[in-house]
Design a binder for this molecule. Structure first.
Ligand code: ZN
Ligand code: ZN
Length: 160
């Protein structure tokens, strides 16, 4: 549980109990929440954002949302910090646990709520690229003197 919020106000918990109880409608939402990562490898710049809609159409409930996370990573060429934006579209059916055996394909609310932070963390860690570049044409470091060639050229002679 996120210690910054009281249990009822945790913005990462999306209450879907009305739809689960049979209310037929479309419920747009946009939530910002702090994502807690186990590793500190990626510094999160600001709260994660999950925005989308929940729809109950004839008893079939769908969750569609876009996750946006701004984070800092280290450029694999020049080792500078680089700010990256991660976005991912998510699309899930929502169901009660008892109805399905293949639960990985579904979002299963707990006590009528979907935990957006858990969902965000799962997809962030799963889809994050292994290598980051500060920019496509990053020149990297000089192999001889270690100078960051994005900033200025060094005086090393090019290898012959
Ligand atoms: Zn770089
Ligand atoms: Zn050099």
């Amino acid at each position: 549980m996120n210690p910054r919020y009281g249990k009822s106000q945790n913005p990462a918990l999306l209450d879907v109990s009305a739809l689960m109880a049979g209310e037929m409608r479309t419920m747009p939402f946009e939530r910002q929440f702090v994502m807690h990562l186990k590793e500190d490898e990626y510094a999160l710049r600001e709260p994660a954002v999950m925005a989308g809609t929940l729809t109950n159409m004839a008893g079939y409930i769908t969750f569609e949302a876009t996750l946006t996370v701004k984070y800092t990573a280290v450029c694999c060429r020049c080792l500078d910090e680089t700010v990256q934006t991660f976005t991912l579209d998510l699309d899930y059916p929502v169901a009660d646990q008892l109805e399905n055996s293949d639960t990985e394909e579904y979002l299963i609310p707990v006590a009528g709520k979907i935990d957006l932070e858990e969902l965000a963390r799962l997809h962030f860690m799963l889809h994050l690229p292994y290598r980051h570049l500060c920019r496509e044409d990053c020149k990297g470091l000089c192999p001889r003197c270690g100078h960051n060639l994005n900033r200025e050229a060094c005086s090393c002679q090019p290898e012959l």
